[in-house]
Write a protein that binds this ligand. Structure first.
Ligand code: ADE
Length: 317
């Protein structure tokens, strides 16, 4: 079922207690949590030498067990930056397409809330729909289309968990403006190579997956105003906003979605192509999991630097 667990608060508290029992005093109060998307686990390297605790998901009570290749699951607690800011990193996440309920997909977010996290930075690998984007670009999300939510696949469906938030939480300003401003400031400060990678602000469309979009679906999503498309992030953000956590989210563009129509039996252009022209035409931009992981590996370092710079900026306040 897709219903929220009626005891979600008690279960998240139980898990938080377990986690706290494993942490030294210096790591007990992370104010920031960072969710690392596919291939973005390298963010864990930004953790400084010093106190550090790694808890594999399979050792944490009530936690979903992740199943996808390249999505190793562990909760890491450590400190980041010269200021030694305590942070919680979620390396690997549960996706709805794996068969988890929305309740489990968003469970870690709720554990973060109980731990006292005030700001969550969510990252993901996504397909680019905006024609101005290129593979390797970073998109700071400024809004989303919760398409799965439209059809009832929604993490807040079911009795409202009052301990976390209200029945009808607003989502109109889910992506914190102050944090987004800091992103642009941090980007300029880092002076990253603009030829290699650019930063944009855009709208993320959430699909349940696991199949990638058809060409017609890509065109539809673009018409609806989406700049990137992916299979994660939005459930966590909805639950975070419900619980009053500030949200910052990034997509790494790992492939460009195909907007051109594919072969249609009655299309004279397609009919005129020879086999190799047709193979090239149809192969262009087809999303595959390997490509997604590869782009992630290359861009992870810049994304890491960006997140670290933002954290340092946050700490200065
Ligand atoms: N994740 C990475 N690329 C994607 C795409 N094109 N569609 C959905 N999820 C994705």
């Amino acid at each position: 079922d897709t219903l929220a667990h009626p005891n979600a608060y008690a279960r998240a508290s139980e898990t938080a207690q377990h986690v706290l029992s494993k942490l030294p005093d210096t790591l007990q109060k992370p104010k920031v949590a960072i969710v690392c998307g596919s291939g973005l686990g390298g963010l864990a390297d930004t953790i400084e030498a010093g106190p550090k605790v790694e808890l594999p998901y399979e050792t944490i009570p009530n936690f979903p067990q992740s199943t996808v290749q390249g999505h190793a699951g562990k909760f890491i607690f450590g400190v980041i930056g010269e200021q030694k800011m305590p942070v919680a990193l979620l390396v690997g996440r549960a996706h709805f397409y794996e068969g988890h309920t929305m309740d489990l997909v968003t469970f870690a977010t709720r554990v973060c809330k109980v731990l006292g996290v005030e700001t969550i930075i969510v990252t993901n690998a996504a397909g680019g729909l905006n024609e101005n984007y290129r593979v390797g670009d970073i998109v700071c999300l400024n809004d989303h289309l919760n398409l799965a939510g439209f059809v009832g696949i929604h993490p807040l469906r079911g009795p409202n968990i009052e301990e976390f938030g209200v029945r009808f939480p607003p989502m109109s300003d889910a992506y914190d403006l102050d944090l987004r401003r800091r992103v642009h400031k941090a980007w300029v400060k880092l002076g990253l190579d603009q030829q290699k990678r650019r930063i944009h602000e855009g709208v993320y469309a959430f699909l349940a997956g696991p199949s990638y979009e058809t060409r017609a679906e890509c065109r539809m999503l673009r018409m609806l105003g989406a700049d990137v498309v992916g299979m994660s992030t939005v459930p966590e953000i909805v639950v975070a906003r419900h619980a009053g956590i500030r949200v910052l989210a990034f997509s790494l563009v790992t492939n460009m979605a195909v907007l051109e129509p594919g072969a249609r039996g009655n299309d004279s252009i397609i009919q005129a192509m020879n086999k190799s022209e047709l193979d090239q035409y149809l192969g262009k931009g087809k999303a595959n999991h390997e490509e997604v992981l590869e782009a992630g590996r290359e861009a992870a370092k810049d994304m890491q630097a960006l997140v670290k710079q933002i954290l340092s900026d946050l700490h200065e306040d």
